[in-house]
Design a protein around this ligand. Sequence first.
Ligand code: DGL
Length: 291
Amino acid sequence: MDSMGEVRSSDTTILVFDSGVGGLSVAQSILLRLPGIRIVYVADDAAFPYGTKSEAVLKKRILDVILPLQASSQADLVVIACNTASTIILPDLRTRLTIPVVGVVPAIKPAATLSQTRHIGLLATPATINRTYTDQLLNDFAADCRVVRVGSSRLVELAESYLRDDKVDLEALRQIILPFFMSEEAPESSAGLDVIVLGCTHFPLLRQQLAQVAPYPVSWIDSGDAIASRVEQVLGGQNLLPQMQDLKTHHLVFTGNADLSEPFKKHLMGLGFTRFNWTQNYLAFSPSIDQ
Ligand code: DGL
């Protein structure tokens, strides 16, 4: 970003953060609920993917990227639109910021409520699958469910390339979700898996294609609407709900060299980003990632 003042605005502004384009699925839910909100979307694609990195590396990196951008954008609220980041950074971030921070966690509670067969799937990054935070959620809300966990970084990459070049390898998707459907129970049996949690914000971007390759219909649950509702509630509590519903000019900040291809522009429009400024290669201001 050439001028740090560029992202300032008198409109109610929220900073939405992810390692890449996944948080756009959350931003879409927020824009549907609050069309008059202004979004500064931050993608730390220079450090992508997060799902294969250690907690220590990610903690430092996330603070290094978010804190200066929050200060320059003067956002009223921060959304960590990344499950992998949320499961480790929320307490640290909340002690460092004076504005509210909303995180996203896998929608295990609504999935367990919805499941008739008490047999659910959790599709997330390898990091999220293995976090104690996730164990705790499963223990608290799905203790009576049989849960199949599938961790995939490949699916995160497939969602990234879908937005960038519009192509999806359906056979690769089919292979990734196969373990959910390997159980001995027939789908129509009362024990067959009936709900899959999309526990990574990239995955709702491929919801249609995932449903298309599933051997039988299941419910696919994500956290987008719950996050949007929480954002509305928190902003309302601070008297910061946008008064005017006119569409704002958003700002997209990518730390890496992401290109704004034609398919990407089209997807951004579809996700609610009808007007936006674009900054790529924000590395001049963000430190390098330790591997
Ligand atoms: N979108 C992120 C999430 O919700 C993670 C993607 C990554 O591995 O970088 O977990």
